[in-house]
Design a protein around this ligand. Structure first.
Ligand SMILES: *Cc1c(COP(=O)(O)O)cnc(C)c1O
Length: 434
């Protein structure tokens, strides 16, 4: 569910006309709905009722500090993966002490920063990392709280680039080595064994792999609780969102109409399947949702530059490109594309929707059925709140796009479009070329 709707012919985010946002702040611009994010938190908490849950929003999905503050106000903590992300949590005025630090290659400086800010726990990916954590904690005279990431060898049935829980992925320690890894960890004087963690992949659309993974890891969690007194089990993130029927999936009624079996995962389905498996453990349960929290809460606004009619093929050239939203180029992913002003009297248009970048990969959609659109008209890429701005780059010396947050009828710029001066601020011509 989300808060993007047509009111009359115009697409709105909550009570804000998106054309008004584009007029004020230009395009390409990301727009986020605060209400959708809040709903996502509430539904997840309700779905997991009966468990002692700590939501650690996986902030790599969207790390704008206003988004972080919003989630912090809603009671969430964070799953962070770098020193930069940790510093964003601090700038947002949010809580590092309830947040967790993941990632396969944490540097000594990042570990020190996290320990100084009393991170809730480190999610450890390898045995050498245990030694490094012990070393840095020893130097600071503190104990490093840890959980080891277990790779349950479950196929998440998602895109190969976002599957993480198979034995041939770089993540975690295989289940069969887990007991030995915890024995090894227990021998380090400066480590505190606090939990166990898993995360099998992203954009999961079936509940089966989650159930399979939890069933595999739960007995280990129980054993570790008895043996080392661990207090939490993090079941990771990965809940998928709707991309194909993104606009239609706004109201609850759409979800009610989906035939059982083909309905995407909801927090209710997720909770109903996992609560009975997790409750008997008597452990705190950490969740690390990223995409689910923000994906359907954001759109990317763009403007049509040209409609280029080719031989047997039309190209709708827009002012957003793969540098702004890389998911279609990187993961072959689908984003629904809708006009900001809907006009049912117009002819249909079938076109490839492309950006201006000099790469054939700079293509958002092939042979997409759209309403006929012309130069200067506005459109929105739906479901762009997760891994959108966060993965944006300056390729082709294009400035980073703007970001806007909506709540009710209020909206504000939460990240100004980058200026040319900001883009080149770190660059200089060396003396030997002068
Ligand atoms: C990326 C990641 C997440 C979030 O994944 P989503 O699919 O966005 O929910 C959670 N936990 C870990 C360890 C991750 O790397």
């Amino acid at each position: 569910m989300h808060h993007f709707r047509y009111t009359g012919p115009n697409l709105h985010c909550e009570s804000v006309d998106l054309a008004e946002v584009a007029r004020l702040y230009g395009t390409p611009t990301y727009v986020y709905s605060a209400a959708t994010m809040a709903d996502n938190v509430t539904r997840l908490q309700r779905g997991l009722d009966g468990l002692d849950v700590q939501i650690c929003y996986a902030m790599k999905a969207n790390s704008n500090i206003a988004v972080l503050r919003h989630f912090a106000n809603l009671g969430a903590a964070f799953d962070l993966v770098s020193g930069g992300e940790l510093r964003r949590v601090l700038v947002a005025g949010a809580d590092v002490k309830r947040s967790v630090f993941a990632g396969v290659g944490k540097t000594e400086a990042e570990i020190k920063l996290a320990l100084e800010n009393e991170i809730f726990s480190f999610h450890v990916e390898s045995e050498p990392e245990l030694a490094r954590l012990n070393h840095v904690a020893g130097k600071l005279g503190v104990k490093a709280p840890i959980a080891i990431r277990i790779n349950p060898d479950v196929d998440a049935h998602t895109h190969a680039k976002i599957t993480t829980g198979k034995s041939d992925n770089k993540f975690g320690i295989p289940l069969k080595f887990a007991a030995a890894a915890y024995e090894a960890a227990a021998k380090y004087p400066n480590l505190l064994l606090k939990g166990v963690q898993m995360h099998i992949g992203s954009q999961l659309t079936e509940i089966g792999p989650f159930v399979e993974a939890v069933e595999k890891v739960a007995p280990l969690a129980a054993e570790l609780k008895t043996k080392f007194g661990i207090t939490y089990f993090s079941v990771g993130g990965g809940i998928g969102i709707v991309y194909k029927d993104a606009l239609a999936s706004g109201p609850q009624s759409w979800w009610d109409e989906q035939p059982a079996g083909s309905r995407p995962i909801t927090p209710e389905v997720y909770g109903a399947a996992l609560v009975p498996l997790l409750q008997p453990l008597g452990l705190k349960i950490l969740l690390e949702p990223g995409r689910f929290m923000v994906g359907n809460a954001g759109v990317l606004l763009a403007r049509v530059e040209h409609l280029k009619r080719g031989a047997g093929k039309n190209f709708l050239i827009v002012d957003a490109a793969m540098n702004d939203l890389v998911r279609p180029a990187m993961y072959d992913s689908y984003h629904e594309i809708v006009p900001l002003h809907r006009d049912s009297s117009r002819r249909a248009l079938v076109a490839d929707v492309v950006g201006p970048i000099c790469e054939s990969g700079d293509c958002f959609a092939k042979d997409r059925q759209l309403q006929d659109l012309g130069e200067g008209e506005l459109l929105a890429f739906m479901s762009a709140g997760a891994y959108g701005y966060a993965m944006a780059s300056r390729y082709n010396s294009r400035a980073m796009p703007a970001e806007v947050l909506v709540r009710g009828s209020a909206f504000e710029l939460i990240n100004a479009r980058e200026s040319f001066e900001q883009m080149i601020a770190g660059e200089k011509i060396p003396a030997f070329l002068k």
